[in-house]
Design a protein around this ligand. Structure first.
Ligand code: BGC
Length: 486
Protein backbone atom coordinates (compact mmCIF):
# COMPACT_ATOMS: atom_id res chain seq x y z
CA UNK A 1 0.00 0.00 0.00
CA UNK A 2 1.31 3.48 -0.85
CA UNK A 3 1.97 5.93 1.97
CA UNK A 4 -0.96 8.05 0.88
CA UNK A 5 -3.20 4.96 0.75
CA UNK A 6 -2.08 4.07 4.25
CA UNK A 7 -2.87 7.55 5.53
CA UNK A 8 -6.31 7.52 3.96
CA UNK A 9 -7.02 4.21 5.63
CA UNK A 10 -5.93 5.64 8.98
CA UNK A 11 -8.03 8.76 8.51
CA UNK A 12 -10.96 6.61 7.50
CA UNK A 13 -10.48 4.46 10.58
CA UNK A 14 -10.36 7.58 12.77
CA UNK A 15 -13.55 8.89 11.20
CA UNK A 16 -15.30 5.54 11.74
CA UNK A 17 -14.13 5.50 15.35
CA UNK A 18 -15.43 9.04 15.76
CA UNK A 19 -18.78 8.19 14.18
CA UNK A 20 -20.02 7.24 17.61
CA UNK A 21 -21.87 10.34 18.67
CA UNK A 22 -20.65 11.81 21.93
CA UNK A 23 -23.31 11.13 24.56
CA UNK A 24 -22.22 13.62 27.21
CA UNK A 25 -24.40 16.61 28.01
CA UNK A 26 -23.11 20.01 26.89
CA UNK A 27 -22.41 22.24 29.91
CA UNK A 28 -25.49 23.97 31.26
CA UNK A 29 -24.21 27.44 30.39
CA UNK A 30 -23.12 26.44 26.84
CA UNK A 31 -24.67 28.86 24.32
CA UNK A 32 -26.37 27.75 21.10
CA UNK A 33 -27.22 30.21 18.32
CA UNK A 34 -27.90 30.70 14.63
CA UNK A 35 -26.45 33.27 12.21
CA UNK A 36 -27.05 35.41 9.12
CA UNK A 37 -25.50 38.57 7.70
CA UNK A 38 -27.09 41.82 6.52
CA UNK A 39 -26.48 41.70 2.76
CA UNK A 40 -27.37 38.01 2.62
CA UNK A 41 -30.84 38.39 4.18
CA UNK A 42 -32.09 41.96 4.52
CA UNK A 43 -32.95 43.05 0.97
CA UNK A 44 -34.46 46.58 0.87
CA UNK A 45 -31.21 47.62 -0.75
CA UNK A 46 -32.29 51.20 -1.44
CA UNK A 47 -35.18 51.69 0.96
CA UNK A 48 -35.62 54.33 3.64
CA UNK A 49 -32.37 56.14 2.89
CA UNK A 50 -29.95 53.21 2.78
CA UNK A 51 -26.75 54.01 0.83
CA UNK A 52 -25.12 51.86 -1.85
CA UNK A 53 -22.56 49.26 -0.76
CA UNK A 54 -19.99 47.32 -2.78
CA UNK A 55 -22.29 44.32 -3.22
CA UNK A 56 -25.08 46.54 -4.55
CA UNK A 57 -22.58 48.03 -6.99
CA UNK A 58 -20.94 44.70 -8.04
CA UNK A 59 -24.21 42.88 -8.59
CA UNK A 60 -25.85 45.77 -10.45
CA UNK A 61 -22.93 46.58 -12.73
CA UNK A 62 -21.57 43.03 -13.16
CA UNK A 63 -24.56 40.72 -12.71
CA UNK A 64 -22.55 37.95 -14.37
CA UNK A 65 -20.35 37.56 -11.27
CA UNK A 66 -23.25 35.83 -9.51
CA UNK A 67 -24.87 32.55 -10.62
CA UNK A 68 -28.15 33.32 -12.45
CA UNK A 69 -27.30 37.03 -12.32
CA UNK A 70 -28.88 37.14 -8.87
CA UNK A 71 -28.39 39.81 -6.22
CA UNK A 72 -29.39 40.73 -2.67
CA UNK A 73 -31.89 43.44 -3.64
CA UNK A 74 -34.69 41.53 -1.91
CA UNK A 75 -32.91 38.43 -0.52
CA UNK A 76 -34.99 37.02 2.38
CA UNK A 77 -36.65 40.43 2.81
CA UNK A 78 -35.67 40.40 6.47
CA UNK A 79 -35.86 44.20 6.52
CA UNK A 80 -39.63 43.73 6.44
CA UNK A 81 -39.88 40.26 7.92
CA UNK A 82 -37.56 40.44 10.92
CA UNK A 83 -40.38 39.48 13.28
CA UNK A 84 -40.76 36.21 11.39
CA UNK A 85 -37.01 35.66 11.71
CA UNK A 86 -37.22 36.15 15.46
CA UNK A 87 -40.19 33.77 15.62
CA UNK A 88 -38.03 31.16 13.88
CA UNK A 89 -35.23 31.71 16.39
CA UNK A 90 -37.76 31.39 19.18
CA UNK A 91 -38.98 28.12 17.69
CA UNK A 92 -35.39 26.84 17.68
CA UNK A 93 -35.05 27.95 21.29
CA UNK A 94 -31.57 29.36 20.70
CA UNK A 95 -29.77 31.52 23.24
CA UNK A 96 -28.50 34.07 20.71
CA UNK A 97 -28.84 35.38 17.16
CA UNK A 98 -25.71 36.37 15.26
CA UNK A 99 -26.60 39.04 12.67
CA UNK A 100 -24.64 41.90 11.12
CA UNK A 101 -25.29 45.61 10.81
CA UNK A 102 -25.34 47.11 7.32
CA UNK A 103 -22.94 50.05 7.49
CA UNK A 104 -24.68 51.76 4.54
CA UNK A 105 -28.09 51.42 6.14
CA UNK A 106 -26.86 53.30 9.21
CA UNK A 107 -24.42 55.64 7.44
CA UNK A 108 -25.38 56.01 3.76
CA UNK A 109 -22.15 57.86 2.91
CA UNK A 110 -20.02 55.59 5.10
CA UNK A 111 -19.22 58.58 7.33
CA UNK A 112 -20.87 59.74 10.55
CA UNK A 113 -21.83 63.06 8.99
CA UNK A 114 -25.18 61.61 7.96
CA UNK A 115 -26.99 59.13 10.20
CA UNK A 116 -29.95 57.39 8.58
CA UNK A 117 -32.55 57.22 11.34
CA UNK A 118 -34.85 54.63 9.69
CA UNK A 119 -31.82 52.31 9.44
CA UNK A 120 -31.06 52.81 13.13
CA UNK A 121 -34.72 52.20 13.96
CA UNK A 122 -34.68 48.93 12.00
CA UNK A 123 -31.86 47.54 14.14
CA UNK A 124 -33.37 48.91 17.37
CA UNK A 125 -36.61 47.11 16.50
CA UNK A 126 -34.81 43.88 15.65
CA UNK A 127 -32.82 43.99 18.89
CA UNK A 128 -35.95 44.78 20.92
CA UNK A 129 -37.82 41.89 19.30
CA UNK A 130 -34.92 39.58 20.16
CA UNK A 131 -34.71 40.74 23.77
CA UNK A 132 -38.50 40.53 24.21
CA UNK A 133 -38.19 36.89 23.18
CA UNK A 134 -35.27 36.16 25.47
CA UNK A 135 -32.70 35.93 22.64
CA UNK A 136 -29.32 37.60 23.07
CA UNK A 137 -28.02 39.61 20.07
CA UNK A 138 -24.47 38.77 18.91
CA UNK A 139 -23.78 41.58 16.51
CA UNK A 140 -21.19 41.72 13.73
CA UNK A 141 -20.24 45.30 12.89
CA UNK A 142 -18.86 44.48 9.42
CA UNK A 143 -19.72 41.44 7.31
CA UNK A 144 -18.23 42.39 3.89
CA UNK A 145 -20.70 45.06 2.69
CA UNK A 146 -18.43 48.14 2.58
CA UNK A 147 -20.20 51.41 1.67
CA UNK A 148 -19.41 52.17 -1.98
CA UNK A 149 -18.17 55.74 -1.22
CA UNK A 150 -15.45 54.19 0.96
CA UNK A 151 -14.51 51.69 -1.73
CA UNK A 152 -14.17 54.67 -4.08
CA UNK A 153 -11.61 56.10 -1.64
CA UNK A 154 -9.47 52.95 -1.84
CA UNK A 155 -11.40 50.53 0.36
CA UNK A 156 -9.42 48.65 2.99
CA UNK A 157 -6.16 49.54 1.30
CA UNK A 158 -6.66 53.08 2.60
CA UNK A 159 -5.86 54.14 6.20
CA UNK A 160 -8.65 56.63 5.71
CA UNK A 161 -11.17 53.77 5.74
CA UNK A 162 -9.77 52.63 9.09
CA UNK A 163 -10.72 56.04 10.50
CA UNK A 164 -14.22 55.80 8.99
CA UNK A 165 -14.64 52.28 10.44
CA UNK A 166 -13.55 53.39 13.89
CA UNK A 167 -16.15 56.18 13.93
CA UNK A 168 -18.81 53.77 12.67
CA UNK A 169 -17.94 51.19 15.34
CA UNK A 170 -18.09 53.84 18.09
CA UNK A 171 -21.53 54.89 16.83
CA UNK A 172 -22.72 51.24 16.90
CA UNK A 173 -21.63 50.90 20.54
CA UNK A 174 -23.37 54.20 21.36
CA UNK A 175 -26.59 53.31 19.56
CA UNK A 176 -27.00 49.65 20.43
CA UNK A 177 -24.55 48.84 23.23
CA UNK A 178 -27.10 49.08 26.04
CA UNK A 179 -28.72 45.95 24.63
CA UNK A 180 -25.94 44.19 22.70
CA UNK A 181 -23.50 42.36 24.98
CA UNK A 182 -21.57 40.37 22.35
CA UNK A 183 -19.83 42.17 19.48
CA UNK A 184 -17.72 41.04 16.54
CA UNK A 185 -15.75 43.79 14.84
CA UNK A 186 -15.18 41.93 11.53
CA UNK A 187 -16.30 38.72 9.88
CA UNK A 188 -13.49 36.72 8.27
CA UNK A 189 -10.91 39.36 7.32
CA UNK A 190 -9.06 36.69 5.36
CA UNK A 191 -11.93 36.64 2.86
CA UNK A 192 -12.26 40.43 2.67
CA UNK A 193 -8.75 41.18 1.56
CA UNK A 194 -8.37 39.16 -1.67
CA UNK A 195 -11.76 40.39 -2.87
CA UNK A 196 -10.81 43.98 -2.23
CA UNK A 197 -7.22 44.03 -3.31
CA UNK A 198 -5.95 40.68 -4.54
CA UNK A 199 -6.62 41.25 -8.21
CA UNK A 200 -4.99 44.65 -8.31
CA UNK A 201 -1.82 43.79 -6.47
CA UNK A 202 -1.56 40.16 -5.39
CA UNK A 203 0.86 39.49 -2.60
CA UNK A 204 0.99 43.18 -1.67
CA UNK A 205 -2.48 44.74 -1.51
CA UNK A 206 -3.96 41.93 0.53
CA UNK A 207 -1.25 42.31 3.19
CA UNK A 208 -1.86 46.05 3.38
CA UNK A 209 -5.60 45.43 3.62
CA UNK A 210 -5.06 42.89 6.41
CA UNK A 211 -2.77 45.30 8.24
CA UNK A 212 -5.47 47.97 8.22
CA UNK A 213 -8.17 45.59 9.35
CA UNK A 214 -6.07 44.49 12.32
CA UNK A 215 -5.53 48.12 13.28
CA UNK A 216 -9.23 48.91 12.84
CA UNK A 217 -10.23 45.94 14.99
CA UNK A 218 -7.83 46.95 17.76
CA UNK A 219 -9.01 50.56 17.69
CA UNK A 220 -12.65 49.45 18.01
CA UNK A 221 -11.82 47.10 20.91
CA UNK A 222 -9.94 49.87 22.76
CA UNK A 223 -12.76 52.35 22.18
CA UNK A 224 -15.18 49.86 23.69
CA UNK A 225 -12.79 49.16 26.53
CA UNK A 226 -12.23 52.81 27.39
CA UNK A 227 -15.56 54.43 26.59
CA UNK A 228 -18.26 51.78 26.93
CA UNK A 229 -17.21 48.74 28.92
CA UNK A 230 -17.80 50.31 32.34
CA UNK A 231 -21.42 51.15 31.56
CA UNK A 232 -22.34 48.49 29.00
CA UNK A 233 -20.33 45.57 30.31
CA UNK A 234 -20.24 43.61 27.03
CA UNK A 235 -17.63 41.53 25.19
CA UNK A 236 -15.89 42.36 21.91
CA UNK A 237 -13.95 40.13 19.55
CA UNK A 238 -13.40 39.39 15.86
CA UNK A 239 -14.36 36.32 13.80
CA UNK A 240 -11.46 34.64 12.01
CA UNK A 241 -11.94 31.61 9.79
CA UNK A 242 -9.88 28.64 8.74
CA UNK A 243 -10.39 25.15 7.46
CA UNK A 244 -8.52 22.50 9.42
CA UNK A 245 -5.21 21.72 7.68
CA UNK A 246 -4.25 18.07 8.06
CA UNK A 247 -0.74 16.95 7.02
CA UNK A 248 -1.09 14.68 3.97
CA UNK A 249 1.61 12.37 5.33
CA UNK A 250 3.74 12.05 8.45
CA UNK A 251 6.77 13.52 6.70
CA UNK A 252 8.36 16.50 8.46
CA UNK A 253 7.77 18.59 5.32
CA UNK A 254 4.03 17.93 5.24
CA UNK A 255 3.65 18.42 8.98
CA UNK A 256 5.46 21.76 8.67
CA UNK A 257 3.37 22.66 5.61
CA UNK A 258 0.10 22.04 7.48
CA UNK A 259 1.23 24.17 10.42
CA UNK A 260 2.41 26.89 8.00
CA UNK A 261 -0.98 26.80 6.36
CA UNK A 262 -2.78 27.33 9.67
CA UNK A 263 -0.43 30.20 10.49
CA UNK A 264 -0.95 31.86 7.09
CA UNK A 265 -4.75 31.53 7.26
CA UNK A 266 -5.80 31.78 10.90
CA UNK A 267 -2.54 33.04 12.41
CA UNK A 268 -2.29 35.95 9.95
CA UNK A 269 -5.09 37.65 11.88
CA UNK A 270 -5.13 35.78 15.16
CA UNK A 271 -1.50 35.91 16.21
CA UNK A 272 -1.35 39.69 16.58
CA UNK A 273 -4.53 39.67 18.68
CA UNK A 274 -4.20 36.51 20.79
CA UNK A 275 -0.41 36.40 20.98
CA UNK A 276 1.58 39.26 19.49
CA UNK A 277 2.60 40.47 16.02
CA UNK A 278 2.35 38.39 12.83
CA UNK A 279 3.39 34.72 13.03
CA UNK A 280 7.19 34.33 12.79
CA UNK A 281 6.82 32.00 9.82
CA UNK A 282 4.92 34.65 7.84
CA UNK A 283 7.41 37.37 8.71
CA UNK A 284 10.40 35.24 7.75
CA UNK A 285 9.07 33.68 4.55
CA UNK A 286 7.57 36.83 3.11
CA UNK A 287 10.68 38.88 3.95
CA UNK A 288 13.00 36.31 2.35
CA UNK A 289 10.88 35.94 -0.75
CA UNK A 290 10.43 39.71 -1.11
CA UNK A 291 14.21 40.25 -1.09
CA UNK A 292 14.73 37.43 -3.59
CA UNK A 293 12.13 39.08 -5.83
CA UNK A 294 14.08 42.33 -5.84
CA UNK A 295 12.10 44.32 -3.27
CA UNK A 296 14.06 46.31 -0.70
CA UNK A 297 11.75 45.33 2.13
CA UNK A 298 9.16 42.74 3.01
CA UNK A 299 5.83 42.91 1.21
CA UNK A 300 4.28 42.16 4.62
CA UNK A 301 4.01 45.52 6.41
CA UNK A 302 5.42 45.60 9.92
CA UNK A 303 3.91 46.90 13.13
CA UNK A 304 5.85 49.20 15.46
CA UNK A 305 6.50 47.89 18.98
CA UNK A 306 3.81 50.24 20.20
CA UNK A 307 1.31 48.86 17.69
CA UNK A 308 2.20 45.28 18.60
CA UNK A 309 1.35 45.83 22.23
CA UNK A 310 -1.73 47.92 21.34
CA UNK A 311 -3.20 45.08 19.22
CA UNK A 312 -2.17 42.21 21.49
CA UNK A 313 -4.96 41.23 23.89
CA UNK A 314 -7.79 43.00 22.05
CA UNK A 315 -10.35 40.26 22.65
CA UNK A 316 -12.85 39.20 25.29
CA UNK A 317 -13.47 35.79 23.67
CA UNK A 318 -12.38 34.12 20.42
CA UNK A 319 -14.80 34.05 17.43
CA UNK A 320 -14.07 31.23 14.99
CA UNK A 321 -15.71 30.03 11.77
CA UNK A 322 -14.95 26.49 10.59
CA UNK A 323 -16.61 24.35 7.92
CA UNK A 324 -14.23 21.74 6.51
CA UNK A 325 -10.68 20.32 6.29
CA UNK A 326 -7.96 19.90 3.68
CA UNK A 327 -4.94 17.65 3.31
CA UNK A 328 -1.74 19.64 2.99
CA UNK A 329 1.53 18.82 1.21
CA UNK A 330 4.64 20.95 0.98
CA UNK A 331 5.14 22.48 -2.48
CA UNK A 332 8.40 21.24 -3.98
CA UNK A 333 9.24 24.31 -6.01
CA UNK A 334 7.78 27.65 -5.12
CA UNK A 335 8.36 30.10 -8.01
CA UNK A 336 10.09 33.38 -7.20
CA UNK A 337 9.11 36.41 -9.22
CA UNK A 338 5.41 37.15 -9.05
CA UNK A 339 4.38 38.30 -5.60
CA UNK A 340 1.64 35.96 -4.57
CA UNK A 341 0.15 34.93 -1.22
CA UNK A 342 -0.16 31.30 -2.31
CA UNK A 343 3.50 31.14 -3.24
CA UNK A 344 4.42 32.84 0.04
CA UNK A 345 2.53 30.06 1.78
CA UNK A 346 3.95 27.37 -0.52
CA UNK A 347 1.65 24.40 0.03
CA UNK A 348 -0.65 22.18 -2.02
CA UNK A 349 -4.07 21.48 -0.50
CA UNK A 350 -6.76 19.07 -1.61
CA UNK A 351 -9.72 17.05 -0.43
CA UNK A 352 -9.74 13.35 -1.31
CA UNK A 353 -12.72 12.08 -3.31
CA UNK A 354 -13.75 9.67 -0.60
CA UNK A 355 -14.48 12.45 1.88
CA UNK A 356 -18.25 12.98 1.80
CA UNK A 357 -19.17 15.84 -0.54
CA UNK A 358 -22.05 18.33 -0.50
CA UNK A 359 -23.27 20.95 -2.98
CA UNK A 360 -20.38 23.38 -2.36
CA UNK A 361 -17.23 22.33 -4.25
CA UNK A 362 -14.94 23.39 -1.39
CA UNK A 363 -16.80 21.77 1.47
CA UNK A 364 -16.47 18.09 2.35
CA UNK A 365 -17.73 16.72 5.63
CA UNK A 366 -14.85 16.30 8.08
CA UNK A 367 -16.33 16.39 11.58
CA UNK A 368 -13.07 15.07 13.08
CA UNK A 369 -11.35 18.22 11.77
CA UNK A 370 -13.21 20.56 14.11
CA UNK A 371 -11.93 18.68 17.17
CA UNK A 372 -8.36 18.90 15.91
CA UNK A 373 -8.82 22.55 15.00
CA UNK A 374 -10.23 23.44 18.43
CA UNK A 375 -7.33 21.68 20.12
CA UNK A 376 -4.91 23.59 17.89
CA UNK A 377 -6.57 26.89 18.89
CA UNK A 378 -6.26 25.95 22.55
CA UNK A 379 -2.56 25.13 22.24
CA UNK A 380 -1.65 28.03 19.97
CA UNK A 381 -3.55 30.83 21.71
CA UNK A 382 -3.45 29.90 25.43
CA UNK A 383 -6.88 28.35 25.75
CA UNK A 384 -9.19 31.35 25.17
CA UNK A 385 -12.97 31.10 25.57
CA UNK A 386 -14.14 30.18 22.06
CA UNK A 387 -17.48 30.84 20.39
CA UNK A 388 -17.80 28.95 17.10
CA UNK A 389 -19.48 31.76 15.19
CA UNK A 390 -20.27 29.75 12.02
CA UNK A 391 -20.48 26.08 11.07
CA UNK A 392 -22.84 24.48 8.57
CA UNK A 393 -23.36 22.64 5.32
CA UNK A 394 -24.89 23.30 1.90
CA UNK A 395 -27.49 21.55 -0.22
CA UNK A 396 -29.39 22.44 -3.38
CA UNK A 397 -32.67 22.93 -1.56
CA UNK A 398 -34.50 20.21 -3.47
CA UNK A 399 -35.91 18.65 -0.30
CA UNK A 400 -36.97 19.75 3.17
CA UNK A 401 -35.64 16.46 4.49
CA UNK A 402 -32.09 17.66 4.87
CA UNK A 403 -30.70 14.51 6.42
CA UNK A 404 -27.13 15.38 5.49
CA UNK A 405 -27.43 18.63 7.47
CA UNK A 406 -28.77 16.76 10.49
CA UNK A 407 -25.79 14.42 10.32
CA UNK A 408 -23.39 17.32 9.77
CA UNK A 409 -24.60 19.14 12.88
CA UNK A 410 -24.69 15.95 14.96
CA UNK A 411 -21.19 14.84 13.98
CA UNK A 412 -19.53 18.26 14.19
CA UNK A 413 -21.20 18.98 17.54
CA UNK A 414 -20.13 15.56 18.75
CA UNK A 415 -16.52 16.54 18.04
CA UNK A 416 -17.05 19.92 19.68
CA UNK A 417 -18.26 18.09 22.78
CA UNK A 418 -15.19 15.83 22.64
CA UNK A 419 -12.98 18.90 22.33
CA UNK A 420 -14.53 20.21 25.54
CA UNK A 421 -13.50 16.92 27.17
CA UNK A 422 -10.01 17.51 25.77
CA UNK A 423 -9.98 20.72 27.81
CA UNK A 424 -10.81 23.23 25.05
CA UNK A 425 -12.79 26.15 26.45
CA UNK A 426 -15.62 26.23 23.87
CA UNK A 427 -18.51 28.25 25.28
CA UNK A 428 -20.81 28.60 22.27
CA UNK A 429 -21.80 27.28 18.87
CA UNK A 430 -23.55 29.01 15.96
CA UNK A 431 -25.30 27.25 13.10
CA UNK A 432 -24.84 28.85 9.68
CA UNK A 433 -27.49 29.61 8.74
CA UNK A 434 -30.84 30.41 10.29
CA UNK A 435 -32.34 30.32 6.78
CA UNK A 436 -31.42 29.91 3.11
CA UNK A 437 -30.03 33.20 1.85
CA UNK A 438 -27.90 34.99 -0.77
CA UNK A 439 -24.71 32.91 -0.90
CA UNK A 440 -22.41 35.53 -2.47
CA UNK A 441 -21.20 34.47 -5.95
CA UNK A 442 -23.42 31.35 -5.82
CA UNK A 443 -26.55 33.49 -5.47
CA UNK A 444 -29.52 31.41 -4.35
CA UNK A 445 -28.22 28.07 -5.64
CA UNK A 446 -26.47 27.04 -2.43
CA UNK A 447 -28.66 26.62 0.64
CA UNK A 448 -27.28 26.60 4.16
CA UNK A 449 -30.54 27.23 6.02
CA UNK A 450 -32.22 25.41 8.86
CA UNK A 451 -35.32 27.08 7.43
CA UNK A 452 -36.11 26.93 3.72
CA UNK A 453 -36.96 30.25 2.05
CA UNK A 454 -39.05 30.31 -1.12
CA UNK A 455 -37.29 32.88 -3.30
CA UNK A 456 -39.94 32.58 -6.04
CA UNK A 457 -42.60 33.71 -3.63
CA UNK A 458 -43.04 37.42 -3.08
CA UNK A 459 -43.67 36.64 0.61
CA UNK A 460 -40.37 34.78 0.90
CA UNK A 461 -42.20 32.11 2.86
CA UNK A 462 -40.05 30.33 5.43
CA UNK A 463 -40.55 26.59 6.14
CA UNK A 464 -38.68 24.47 8.68
CA UNK A 465 -36.49 21.67 7.35
CA UNK A 466 -35.88 18.40 9.20
CA UNK A 467 -32.73 19.93 10.72
CA UNK A 468 -34.86 22.42 12.68
CA UNK A 469 -36.35 19.59 14.76
CA UNK A 470 -32.89 18.13 15.41
CA UNK A 471 -31.17 21.40 16.32
CA UNK A 472 -34.13 22.45 18.48
CA UNK A 473 -33.85 19.19 20.42
CA UNK A 474 -30.11 19.68 20.89
CA UNK A 475 -30.58 23.26 22.08
CA UNK A 476 -33.29 22.21 24.50
CA UNK A 477 -31.67 19.09 25.95
CA UNK A 478 -27.96 19.92 25.43
CA UNK A 479 -27.70 16.33 24.24
CA UNK A 480 -26.92 15.01 20.74
CA UNK A 481 -28.44 11.55 21.14
CA UNK A 482 -31.63 10.20 22.71
CA UNK A 483 -30.31 10.13 26.26
CA UNK A 484 -27.11 11.67 27.54
CA UNK A 485 -24.80 11.09 30.47
CA UNK A 486 -24.09 13.96 32.85
C1 BGC B 1 -19.32 33.61 5.53
C2 BGC B 1 -20.81 33.58 5.19
C3 BGC B 1 -21.03 32.56 4.09
C4 BGC B 1 -20.61 31.21 4.61
C5 BGC B 1 -20.82 30.06 3.63
C6 BGC B 1 -18.68 32.27 5.63
O1 BGC B 1 -17.42 32.33 5.08
O2 BGC B 1 -19.11 34.36 6.69
O3 BGC B 1 -21.20 34.86 4.80
O4 BGC B 1 -22.34 32.54 3.65
O5 BGC B 1 -19.23 31.23 4.91
O6 BGC B 1 -20.03 30.20 2.49
Amino acid sequence: MSLRGFIFCCLFAISIAQNETNNKLFPEDFLFGAATSAYQVEGAWNEDGKGENIWDRYTHTHPEIVVNNDNGDVACDSYHKYKEDVAMLKELGVDFYRFSLSWSRILPTGFVNKINLPGVTYYKNLIKELKDNGIEPLTTIFHWDLPQPLQDLGGWKSEFVVEAYVEYARLCFELFGDDVKYWLTFNEPKQICPIVSGILSPGIGEYICGHHILKAHARAWHIYDQEFRATQNGKVSITIDSNWQEPASDSDEDIAAAERSLQFTYGWYANAIYNSDYPEIMKTRIAERSLAEGFNRSRLPSFTDEEISYISGTFDFMGTNMYTSYLVEAMDEVPIGDPNYNYDLGVKTYQPDDWEACTAPWLRLTPWGIRKFLNWLKETYNNPAIIITENGVVDDGSTLEDDQRVRYYRDYLSNVRSAIEDGVNVIGYTAWSLMDNFEWQYGYTQKYGLFHVDFDDINRTRTPKTSVAYYKKVVETHCLVDTCEE
